[in-house]
Ligand binder design. Structure first.
Ligand SMILES: [Ca+2]
Ligand SMILES: [Ca+2]
Length: 235
């Protein structure tokens, strides 16, 4: 609940940024090499003392890459994880998350969905302390859409930008560290995190255990695909 309350309060300040998978179109790829935190100063603003809002302009992290392949056809196409990567560069961390296909439009805030319930999510959990459980001090990077208010059901066009939230997990839930403007190209999300974003981001190693997940909940049924599929400790 702490996590939801924290996030909801923050989102009230950036409602326009977070309304589903929204915003402007930009196909430029940028490689950012700034190592000393200036990238944070130039591309992030503080929502509050401990929460940043950042746009790294479709930057792509280059470095060592781990590739992950999930079964195709084991869920709804936009929930069906297919290919994922995790990149650990000198100064950055990168993730790509591909689903089988994304429709041109998504329906949000289904009438059957309760307020505060998760509607859509694509993301990755990082088991920083390698105990096979997302507990205190671990990290979560997800593109989430919640039903925050009793809004009526709506259908939106998918745009090329989505917002990923970086959350430090704790025993009571988690605290958002940053909201990162990320790109969506066809069926692939690309998330760029400079290591200078947070000390926990800097701790991500190429060997850090990860779990990818995609979720859709319309209030009547819940769909979830995750990789690796034999790990079920993350909820
Ligand atoms: Ca799959
Ligand atoms: Ca852990």
């Amino acid at each position: 609940m702490k996590y939801i309350a924290n996030k909801k309060a923050a989102l009230k300040n950036i409602t326009l940024l977070f309304l589903g998978l929204v915003l402007f179109s930009c196909s430029e790829n940028t490689n950012l090499n700034n190592t000393n935190g200036n990238i944070i100063k130039s591309m992030c603003t503080n929502i509050n003392e401990s929460l940043l809002e950042c746009d790294f302009k479709d930057a792509v992290c280059e470095g060592s890459v781990r590739h992950f392949t999930d079964e195709v056809g084991d869920n709804k196409p936009f929930v069906d994880l297919t290919e994922m990567t995790m990149t650990v560069g000198e100064d950055c961390i990168g993730f790509t998350i591909s689903v089988d296909s994304m429709p041109e439009k998504l329906t949000l805030n289904q009438d059957a969905l309760k307020v505060n319930d998760l509607n859509y999510s694509w993301g990755v959990w990082l088991d920083l302390n390698e105990n096979s459980y997302p507990m205190d001090g671990d990290l979560r990077v997800t593109i989430d859409k919640y039903k925050w208010e009793e809004n009526s059901e709506t259908t939106i066009n998918i745009m090329s930008k989505a917002v990923a939230s970086v959350t430090e997990l704790s025993l009571s839930g988690g605290d958002a560290i940053a909201f990162i403007s990320s790109s969506l190209s066809e069926n692939t999300f690309n998330i760029y995190l400079p290591k200078s974003l947070h000390s926990k981001v800097a701790k991500i190693l190429i060997t850090t255990p990860v779990q990818f997940s995609a979720t859709f909940n319309d209030g009547k049924s819940s769909y979830r695909d995750y990789y690796p599929s034999d790990v079920t400790t993350i909820n």
